[in-house]
Write a protein that binds this ligand. Structure first.
Ligand code: NDP
Ligand code: F7E
Length: 323
């Protein structure tokens, strides 16, 4: 049935193989492109959103028919933090279902050898056991602030499994924890917590503000992974993993939002106070992935949260501030 969990594909052997990285301008896609380029891959197939709208089925199919990539990594999606997910539920379910259905089906029909789908830790029940094992999927109700996005992601996992079962097609699914790094979205309301706070502390520092508002109670726990570690894991799994089950990718380390805010404040160099806006949702109380399956395959994360924050802040100042 094509469930050769520990088989090695020839992903790393042919550096001229055509690889379509969908969403290459985003946080995750750009990190995967950097990783592949650093390994010597020379035939990356890249299209911006304006060049190819992945929600348009016939455009996607024509693109695959013409280009015939050998490998596909799907990092294009409608993505956002807790506020965006809670405010635009129709976009989060519809756009993600459209993109992933089009790209998965066209990849299969046009002979892609191996396909990788990216989900998210929000696929798991709100009150899943911690750390969250892969088999916690579909065992309880979802976190309401992101259930629409989560349902789309669960459908993506199931679609990859269905194509593997029916057609023996090599499609795998990877569930990253909360990510951060270069090319993140620093939008003040719609981004994730880490880029949102980095921007807010930076702007408060340059404007000599006394206070910065942080959302929620500060008590939720989150696990963060630098996107360069995620890109390393994606390439590792394209080479090493061909299983039916989705795999968690995390750092294994969690932090409260309060401690994260203090750390970002320190890295940015803001010296004022934090004010907690408890009218904003906390979301899931705790979301730590069990990454033991990935560790057993031989992969380990390398970038600490502190080092990753320093690198991201440097990038933000050099590339986003004043643009
Ligand atoms: N960021 C995180 O913390 C996490 C992310 N993930 C997953 O990783 C993947 C990538 O996320 P991330 O890099 O953060 O997201 P980004 O928003 O940074 O990047 C998404 C990319 O997809 C492109 N895109 C969106 N819609 C379309 C479309 N209709 N047609 C073509 N391209 C489109 C965007 O282009 P444009 O901006 O021009 O629309 C953008 O380049 C997603 O599947 C996400 O679920 C998983 C866990 C955590
Ligand atoms: C990756 C993951 O991302 C989303 O889930 P989330 O983990 O809740 O992500 P978040 O980064 O937006 O918030 C984390 C915590 O941080 C708090 N918080 C404080 N201050 C700000 C703030 O200024 N902005 C944001 N966004 N959050 C803040 C916030 O209240 C919450 O308690 C999913 O919708 C889903 O898309 C998904 O899969």
């Amino acid at each position: 049935m094509g469930d050769h969990t520990h088989d090695s594909s020839d992903f790393l052997t042919d550096k001229s193989a055509k690889i379509f990285v969908a969403g290459h301008r985003g946080l995750v896609g750009s990190a995967i492109v950097r990783k592949l380029q650093s390994l010597g891959f020379t035939n990356l197939l890249l299209r911006s959103h304006s060049e190819l709208d992945l929600t348009r089925q016939s455009d996607v199919d024509s693109f695959f028919a013409a280009e015939k990539p050998r490998f596909v990594i799907l990092a294009a999606a409608k993505v956002g933090g807790i506020h965006a997910n809670n405010t635009f539920p129709a976009d989060f379910i519809a756009i993600n279902l459209q993109i992933q259905t089009n790209v998965i089906d066209s990849s299969f029909r046009h002979g892609v050898k191996k396909f990788l789908f990216l989900g998210s830790s929000c696929i798991y029940p709100k009150l899943a056991p911690q750390p969250i094992p892969e088999h916690a999927l579909l065992t309880g109700p979802l976190e309401p602030t992101n259930e629409w996005y989560a349902i789309a992601k669960i459908a993506g996992i199931k679609m990859c499994q269905a194509y593997r079962i029916q057609y023996s097609w090599d499609a795998i699914s990877v569930m990253p924890t909360n990510l951060y790094g270069r090319n993140d979205n620093f939008h003040p309301e719609n981004s994730h917590v880490l880029p949102a706070l980095m921007r807010r502390f930076h702007e408060a520092k340059v404007n000599n503000a006394k206070q910065v508002v942080v959302w929620g109670t500060g008590s939720p726990l989150r696990e963060f992974l630098h996107v360069d570690d995620l890109a390393d894991a994606v390439v590792f799994l394209m080479d090493k993993y061909s299983g039916l089950e989705h795999l968690n990718v995390g750092s294994g380390k969690e932090v409260t939002i309060k401690d994260l805010a203090e750390l970002v404040k320190e890295v940015v160099g803001f010296e004022g106070d934090l004010v907690w806006d408890t009218s904003k949702p906390d979301g899931t109380p705790r979301k730590l992935m069990d990454n033991s399956k990935l560790l057993e395959l031989g992969w380990t994360p390398k970038i600490s949260l502190k080092d990753g924050l320093v690198d991201t802040y440097k990038w933000y100042v050099e590339n986003v501030v004043g643009q």
